[in-house]
Design a protein around this ligand. Structure first.
Ligand code: GN1
Ligand code: MG
Length: 359
């Protein structure tokens, strides 16, 4: 944990420290630590300070290069098309005194971006904002379709379900904190394995050369979008995981948070249903945003993507639980198990929802 003074010292690599009033925690990400930098006389934050989790993003140089390519490319296209209010529509990272968009202080990596004025995050969407989100993520992929510089795979195999299942197998075999000797845990192992082949369809199609990878956001949770005060989508944030992936990543991960009527870690499974109005609205927006490039096979497999992401997230939370909670931040000892149950329930609810749509 960092006190205000040490945060100000870190921020002073990017910003004149005499400008800073106070630095306070912001948001609820599970990976990086995020703070808002307040300046004198302003009610809104002026900058966002982030401690980069370099256990997860081991190549910080590549991380920031990816992000600079992506934000630069989008900014240029917006400028060329005469888009108004560009500074609120694409992130801008501040250069540090080193000339880079990050600094290493002691053993820690830090970066600063401008806070987007008059923006808010939401944890829930309406069908209208889900349509807009579909458009925005579709447009995001479309804007990045012609990036020339190579975007590195910042976390190799990030959304490769076969790889995530192998990691789960390794966790089970190692059982480093003795969590395997439990009926419920064994029960989830069986349920997950029974569906492993079916859920690995995307990877098989990729090997057969039928499915492309495109530059995707890969963390399209609702809280990774900024909205204006009227509820319109302003800007897509949290660009750390932008990398080549199946479009399923962006489609499926958005619905995993947005169409869930409960929380990602809801201890009350009765709260968890899959909202088909959100699904349909998001689908419409996404198809509109991606109409210039989406192939018939990608389109046909979007319902599979909606199932794949709760399934994959359950596998990831579950493996972390068995590993003794080394990856995701937890707020209480059973948290990753509670998350596993909630994602599994969501997975089942998507299946139920799909059966309803077929009837
Ligand atoms: C992590 O940082 P955050 O909370 O936006 C994770 C995502 C998961 C998500 C689950 C790099 O995202 O893949 O879907 O938690 N990011 C990474 O809430 O692992
Ligand atoms: Mg995030």
């Amino acid at each position: 944990m960092h006190d205000n003074n040490s945060l100000i010292t870190i921020a002073s690599h990017f910003v004149n420290p005499s400008e800073i009033a106070v630095i306070q925690p912001l948001g609820n990400g599970l990976i990086n630590d995020t703070y808002k930098i307040m300046v004198a006389g302003q009610e809104q934050p002026r900058y966002v300070l982030q401690h980069i989790n370099d256990k997860v993003f081991t190549d910080v140089e590549m991380l920031q290069r990816n992000i600079e390519i992506v934000t630069g490319h989008i900014r240029k296209k917006y400028e060329d098309s005469g888009m108004p209010d560009i500074d609120r529509r694409v992130l801008h990272f501040v250069k540090a005194d080193t000339g880079k968009t990050y600094v290493k202080v002691g053993e820690e990596y830090w970066r600063v971006m401008d806070f987007i004025a008059d923006s808010v995050t939401q944890e829930a969407v309406t069908p209208q904002s889900a349509y807009d989100a579909g458009r925005s993520f579709g447009d995001f992929e479309s804007l990045l379709a012609d990036v020339k510089e190579p975007i590195g795979e910042i976390i190799p195999n990030f959304h490769n379900i076969e790889f995530r299942l192998r990691q789960l197998d390794e966790a089970i075999a190692a059982d480093p904190v003795g969590r395997m000797n439990d009926h419920e845990v064994q029960d989830y192992v069986k349920k997950i394995k029974d569906l492993a082949f079916e859920m690995s369809l995307g990877e098989r199609l990729y090997r057969e050369g039928k499915l492309p990878k495109r530059i995707c956001h890969c963390d399209t949770k609702v809280n990774n979008m900024l909205f204006d005060r009227q509820g319109n989508v302003l800007c897509i944030i949290d660009l750390d995981t932008v990398m080549p992936s199946f479009v399923f990543s962006d489609f499926g991960d958005f619905l995993r948070s947005a169409a869930n009527t409960g929380a990602e870690d809801d201890p009350d499974l009765g709260n968890i249903h899959f909202n088909l109005d959100i699904y349909n609205a998001f689908l419409d927006g996404y198809l509109e945003g991606t109409k210039t490039f989406l192939t018939p096979l990608e389109r046909e497999l979007l319902p599979y993507a909606a199932k794949l992401f709760p399934y994959m997230q359950a596998v990831r939370f579950f493996a972390d639980y068995i590993n003794g909670d080394t990856y995701y931040k937890i707020r209480y000892p059973e948290h990753n198990m509670v998350r596993t149950r909630a994602q599994w329930r969501l997975f089942e609810e998507v299946e139920n929802g799909e059966r309803k749509t077929e009837n």
